[in-house]
Design a protein around this ligand. Sequence first.
Ligand code: DX5
Ligand code: ZN
Length: 232
Amino acid sequence: MSNVRLPDVTAESDTPRRVLLAPSLLASDFTRLGDELQAIAGADWAHVDVMDGQFVPNISFGLPILAAARAASPLFMDVHLMIDRPERYLKDFADAGADGLTVHVESTPHIHRAVQQIRELGKKAGVTLNPGTPLETLRPLLPDVDLVLIMSVNPGFGGQKFIPHSLDRIRTVRRWLDELGSAAELQVDGGVGPTNARAVVNAGASNLVAGSAVFGPGGAQAGLERLREALK
Ligand code: DX5
Ligand code: ZN
């Protein structure tokens, strides 16, 4: 028997990618928000999931919680707006401490204007779409955004299972961004944890959101460490 190692078929890219980790505060203990932010001080971003009970079938939190998180932590506040017609509130979220604002293509007929408004506010502009929405809907926006978020669950709730087909969507957007020479972040959100983080990055992601995988039993610091280990 020879001992020859087979090539690693999961390695889709031979250039190592730097990966930013963005724990989602949705899964944190809100009674201890300041401590939870301390526990993720070693992360790159804090992901802030805002839900309005209209665009998604759940209500999470809004401006005052973002302002509290902002006051308690120097982390980049990455705000994911799951709200109808987000352009109505972009300035309010910018004023409350957002560093980046991500809007859904399905949430407004004027998605490009929303992206322009975010940039005019001096914030990083992100665009995203639900798992059932064709990727082509975000293609015209790619030259003008700082971040593309591929949702790997249907937005509205934490703790759901990663939809496997999302890997193909990540690969396609990675190719489009590379063709454009874009340095935009390619973020993935939903069901990401130590068991699939490597595959998600190999497919082309540069930025991982994780809620339940970070703020689990044992504390967020350990959760973050498990995620980093899985990416080594
Ligand atoms: C879903 C949110 C996600 C969610 C991720 O609507 O956008 O950010 O909190 O949670 P996990 O990592 O538990 O799937
Ligand atoms: Zn999110």
